[in-house]
Unconditional design. Structure first.
Length: 314
């Protein structure tokens, strides 16, 4: 249970770090959570990752990453990390990682725990989650064949998922609090050109309605304060993300939203702990930037470990 490096997270950042760490012959372990899957894994179609001009399914891409890490001997297990704390024993000083009742001791850590969809905390949202309220069109779109659904949000994720939903549903109504989308222009062009998608601008959802399952929404126009109701059978919420960093609170420096603050080398506020991917504070959260983060974090961890070895020799 003693390692040079423990990597927390099995998404693009964590798997890339595992590739680089295993090639450096570090004794490393990747802990990936089944209960909190990578956002990339749930993405039906990734078209902006270099080397795949025809696009690739997110699950397939991650499977390729995983196989590549295994080729170099990367060790991985499934688990959810609950706690990290300092550990010292004789000449060994490092970190103890607790996951699902087991403890793993490591000289260094890379946190690549990603982020999860943000909830809006609307009346009816929690009660109807799984009964018409969803945060993943790729997972649930087939359940709404020939039905009317709503997508809440105006960013890349919202529009990508709205486009995917049109393969199954009768109609998609996109509700956005602004009067223009934030999504990439190419996605906007596709959405505006899709006859199954319509837009409700400058509006917010105030309540999700339903008994045993979703039957509609209450909507408020933020410019006129006019309230209306919209009938639908499914609500897909894409209102941003929350970093999976609860286990790092009180240990590392985080920003006001819970993202881990790092320097350009992915180093955190604690020596020996690095962070990469969607869980860290950064400008752009994409698969390609997560991979770059993971490579840098692994190389930084390698240099950190080499520094510890040099101190021992002295």
């Amino acid at each position: 249970m003693y390692y040079d490096l423990v990597i927390i997270g099995g998404g693009p950042a964590g798997l890339t770090a595992a590739v680089y760490a295993s090639r450096a012959r570090l004794k490393s372990l990747l802990i990936g959570s089944i209960s909190v899957p990578s956002q990339a894994m749930l993405t039906e179609y990734i078209e902006n990752y270099p080397g795949f001009p025809d696009g690739i399914n997110g699950f397939e891409l991650l499977e390729n990453f995983k196989r590549q890490a295994e080729v170099f001997g990367a060790e991985s297990i499934s688990g959810t990390v609950q706690k990290i704390e300092a550990f010292a024993e004789k000449d060994f000083k490092g970190w103890k990682i607790e996951a699902d009742g087991k403890a793993y001791i490591s000289l260094s850590i890379i946190i690549a725990s990603g982020a999860r969809p943000k909830r809006l905390n609307l009346p009816g949202e929690e009660r109807l989650t799984g009964r018409g309220v969803s945060y993943c069109a790729t997972c649930d779109a087939a359940l709404y064949k020939n039905k009317d659904v709503v997508v809440i949000g105006g960013g890349d994720s919202a529009i990508e998922e709205a486009l995917f939903l049109t393969k199954f549903v009768n109609k998609v109504s996109v509700i956005h609090r602004r009067d223009a989308l934030r999504a990439t222009k190419v996605l906007q062009e596709r959405a505006f050109g899709n006859k199954k998608i319509d837009f409700i601008w400058s509006s917010i959802v105030t309540e999700i309605i339903g008994g045993a399952k979703v039957s509609g929404l209450k909507i408020k126009n933020i410019k006129t304060d006019k309230e209306t109701e919209l009938c639908c059978e499914g609500v897909f919420i894409f209102a941003g993300y929350v970093p999976n960093t609860d286990f790092a609170k009180g240990l590392l420096e985080l920003d006001e939203e819970g993202y881990i603050i790092t320097d350009g080398n992915m180093a955190t506020s604690k020596k020996g702990i690095f962070a990469c991917g969607d869980c860290r504070k950064k400008l752009l959260r994409q698969v390609v930037t997560a991979c770059a983060d993971g490579a840098i974090a692994a190389f930084s961890a390698q240099q950190y470990l080499e520094g510890l070895e040099a101190k021992k020799l002295c």
